[in-house]
Structures are given as structure tokens and as C-alpha cells.
Design a binder for this molecule. Structure first.
Ligand SMILES: Cc1ncc(COP(=O)(O)O)c(C=O)c1O
Length: 476
């Protein structure tokens, strides 16, 4: 790309060229290793003497911004010597600022990869069926998707909606036809659409405590007053719901992050509560495909006979979060509003990915992939429990659960271990683990760890937990 240099006619031309090239390197508009035009060519383009450009190049070269390669030309220097790229834009003008609610939304922490990575979130990318996926995406790109821009239904790719309705009916007994399914960019967009359509500023939204921070924060940005409701061994404590809750967000299959399933009694109680109080229940079934023991309980959606439940799902755990595919199934009368919200938000998402996923499901490849990866995650789950019992049996008590890609473990009663300090010491030895407290809103007192196994190889688990135990220090 040709770099634009503006000469004003005022001041020394060499300095003007020098300054603008320097800015371009600092801003990373010119990237390390990029070749600059030869001095003669740039001089001609700018209508200046060749020497004017050559002097500017020499100065930049002596300062490390450029490097000359004999017989080959002049290139942008090494980024490490130049430093980090600076932001290119000026701060926003006076009187313009984000809505105050955005100041209360913390950034999602992201750390580099560590060898013993027990963080919660993504599945193992090494298990993703890359070759099959490449074939399916290529087929989509060759076929109708790119040549048929008329297919812009906001509810998503019709083939995927049909495949999902069948898949959910068979694997989760969710009651849905093709027309009931709305494909979204991950579960997060499904929650966003629900917020747009159902939350008035000031409405009460109840979430689990501890719970899923991105949901809590999202509802806050829609102007909701969000209240955390405690979770016990049977799931959300329905009796503790604030009476004015308009929307209740729950993860009944595998409570996030504790891992307990919601009991049938609680499910029924929650549906009754929602009916009595005129509330909507958002059921986030984010990782129910992975179940290592027992039969899954019926989703709230299939127990509900009174139009109280919006069912949300995601492929971020079974496939990859970066694909950004999720979906929702709502009561029929909410569909037009949700569909319009989807259209106004991003029209219909990426139809190539959606089409590929439709074939992945229809060809039975999703079911096969889940069977295969389930075995691997079950083995990791067992190995973590065994290693915790061996190395930390007296200090951490796992919360019983047999599903998903993570488990939680509470600090033994009476323990004085500081888990933030433990996590920090563990990090120094290559172990990444999260504290339960980071999943709490207004009641931060929960002491424990959340241990994910999407990012750690089976063979590394023993050593990782061993190192974690060392970070606790000697038993008191
Ligand atoms: C509780 C919960 N819901 C949903 C998701 C998936 O979200 P998304 O589909 O937006 O990636 C996750 C993933 O980490 C999760 O933990």
C-alpha cells in the first residue's frame, strides 16, 4: 500500500518526511519488515530532491526505525527495538463519554498460555475436527451460500435451524420445530437479544450466585438491577428470589461454576415461581452434552407448559468459542421481537459457518464428535479428582458433579488459606487456576477454586495438581 505523506510547503522538507515516516512506524501503519519505496521513487512522487528523502531515511536508520539491506532496499526495523505500537486516534472530544453503566463492567482478564492451564472456558482445540470442518466450510463456499445473498433470514441458516430442532429434540427432549430456533453468535448474543427485548431499565434480573459473570454484566448494560441468588446442593434457591424479578437466568444442567445439577423439585418450584410472579426464565444449557455419569434431568424448557422458558445453547464447548455459534428457542409469541432484534443487531450472522454446522449435525458427525471428546473429558475429570484427593484431600473438597468441562472445589471448613495468594504462587510455577470468588457478585465470601480441564492434557494433570498443592504451602 502506498504511504501518504503530506508536505505543507512550510518548514524543512526532510524533517517533514522524517516525522511522518517515524509516526507511521510508531503507529504500526508501517509494519516491521515492510519495504519502503526507493529514495528516487519517493522523491519523484513527492516532487522533492532525492537527497531530501535520503537524509530522512538516514536519520530514521540511525535511530533504528529503518534498516538498510545492501542491494535490497530500506525496511522498517524490528518492533522490539522500536517499542509497542501507540494508539493512533486522539482521545474522545470534550462532552463525549460512554454511558456510566459501562464504567462498572470490568474487562475480561486474559492471560498467556501456561503449561498447566486449569482455567475455565474453552474446550481443547486439539480435539476440534479440523479436517472435517475444512471440508464442510469449503463445500459451503463452493455452494449456494456465497452466490445466494437472498438467504438473509435473521433467524439464521434454515438448514441449521432444522438440524438443531431435530438434534435438541433427540438429545435434550427440547420441544422445538425449525421455526422455533433462532441461531445466534454464541450464547452471549442470545442473552443480549433477550435483554433487548425483555428488559426495561430498572427491571430486576436474578442471576445465580456464584454465577456466570458475562451474563450478569450484560444484563447490567441493559439497565437491569441484577441480584445474585444463592445456589445450594440442589441449584438455585428459589425461595430466595427477589419478588420483583422479571427475568431469572439459570444454568440448571451444570450450574456455572459450581457444577451441581438443579434438582427436579427445584426445577418445578422455579417454573411455578415464574408463573406466579409473571417472570421469564432463561435456561442456559451451555455444556450439557458432556455428562459422565447418570441420566441428565429434563431441561426446564421441556417441563414448561406455560411459556415461561427461553432455552439457550452454544457450540462454544462442543466445538470452539471462536466459531461464535449459539441458539435460542423461545415461546412462539416472543419470536417476532427476538427475530427483529437479531436483524437490527447483526442481520443473520455468518451463513458459511452455520451451513457447515448444519451438515456436521446432519451427517451424524456432531454426535460422533461428542462421543469421542466425552471419553477424553471424562478421563480428565476422573484424573483431576484423583489428583486432588492425593495432593489436596485435606484442603480442598470437590463439589460433586459429573458433567461439563470444569469442576469446583471448596476450601475445607476452618481453613485459612488465601486462595488469591495460592493462585498467584501457582502461576509462578506454570499453573493457571481461578478462584471461586471471581464468579461472585455481591457475596464474594465463597472460598474455593474452579478447575477447568479443556486446556490441560491428561498427561499433565498429575504434575499440575502437584504444583498447585505446592503453592498452598505446608499443611498448618
Ligand atoms: C455459563 C456459560 N454460558 C455460555 C457459555 C458460552 O458462551 P458463548 O456461546 O457466548 O461463547 C459459556 C462458556 O464459557 C458459559 O460458561
Amino acid at each position: 500500500m502506498e504511504l501518504h505523506i503530506r508536505l505543507t510547503g512550510r518548514g524543512d522538507l526532510t524533517t517533514q518526511i522524517y516525522r511522518q515516516l517515524r509516526e507511521a512506524v510508531l503507529d504500526a501503519r508501517l509494519r516491521p519488515g515492510e519495504r519502503l519505496p526507493p529514495t528516487r521513487e519517493l522523491a519523484e512522487r513527492l516532487g522533492v530532491a532525492r537527497n531530501t528523502v535520503a537524509t530522512a531515511y538516514d536519520r530514521l536508520t540511525s535511530e533504528g526505525f529503518l534498516v538498510g539491506r545492501v542491494g535490497s532496499g530500506t525496511y522498517v526495523g524490528d518492533r522490539r527495538l522500536i517499542g509497542e505500537a501507540r494508539p493512533r486516534t486522539a482521545p474522545v472530544g470534550r462532552g463525549v463519554r460512554p454511558r456510566p453503566v459501562w464504567d462498572s463492567v470490568p474487562e475480561v482478564p486474559r492471560a498467556g498460555t501456561l503449561r498447566y492451564d486449569f482455567r475455565v472456558g474453552a474446550p481443547d482445540p486439539a480435539l476440534f475436527p479440523l479436517e472435517v470442518w475444512r471440508r464442510l466450510v469449503t463445500r459451503q463456499l463452493r455452494a449456494a451460500t456465497v452466490r445466494c445473498p437472498a438467504n438473509t433470514e435473521p433467524a439464521g441458516h434454515p438448514g441449521l435451524r432444522a438440524a438443531l430442532a431435530r438434534h435438541l429434540g433427540v438429545s435434550r427432549s427440547v420441544r422445538a420445530g425449525t421455526g422455533d430456533v433462532l441461531v445466534t453468535q454464541g450464547a452471549q448474543q442470545a442473552l443480549d437479544l433477550v435483554g433487548r427485548v425483555l428488559i426495561e431499565p430498572g427491571d430486576r434480573v436474578a442471576v445465580e450466585e456464584p454465577g456466570y459473570p458475562p451474563a450478569r454484566r450484560l444484563f447490567q448494560t441493559h439497565g437491569a438491577r441484577v441480584s445474585g441468588v444463592p445456589v445450594d446442593a440442589e441449584g438455585l434457591v428459589v425461595a430466595a428470589l427477589p419478588a420483583d424479578s422479571r427475568l431469572i437466568y439459570v444454568t440448571p444442567s451444570h450450574q456455572f461454576p459450581l457444577g451441581v445439577p438443579m434438582s427436579l423439585a427445584r426445577r418445578t418450584a422455579l417454573l411455578d415461581w415464574a408463573e406466579r410472579h409473571g417472570a421469564v426464565v432463561v435456561e442456559d444449557d451451555y455444556d450439557s452434552e458432556y455428562r459422565f455419569a447418570g441420566r441428565p434431568l429434563e431441561p426446564l424448557q421441556s417441563l414448561d407448559r406455560r411459556g415461561r422458558v427461553i432455552y439457550v445453547g452454544s457450540f462454544s464447548k462442543t466445538l470452539l468459542p471462536m466459531l461464535r455459534v449459539g441458539f435460542l428457542v423461545s415461546p412462539a409469541s416472543l419470536r417476532p421481537a427476538l427475530r427483529t432484534a437479531r436483524q437490527l443487531s447483526d442481520w443473520h450472522g455468518d451463513l458459511t459457518t452455520q451451513g457447515a454446522l448444519a451438515e456436521f449435525i446432519d451427517e451424524g458427525l456432531l454426535a460422533r464428535h461428542i462421543r469421542r471428546t466425552s471419553r477424553e473429558y471424562a478421563a480428565r475429570h476422573r484424573r483431576i479428582l484423583a489428583a486432588l484427593a492425593t495432593h489436596l484431600g485435606e484442603r480442598l473438597h470437590p463439589v460433586p458433579s459429573a458433567a461439563g468441562l470444569h469442576l469446583a472445589a471448596r476450601l475445607a471448613p476452618g481453613s485459612t488459606d488465601d486462595l488469591c495468594a495460592v493462585a498467584a504462587r501457582a502461576r509462578e510455577t506454570g499453573v493457571a487456576v481461578e478462584s471461586l470468588a471471581s464468579y461472585c457478585g455481591e457475596r464474594p465470601g465463597q472460598a474455593g477454586l474452579v478447575i477447568g480441564y479443556g486446556g490441560i492434557a491428561l498427561a499433565d494433570i498429575d504434575e499440575g495438581i502437584h504444583r498447585l498443592a505446592a503453592a498452598f504451602g505446608p499443611e498448618p
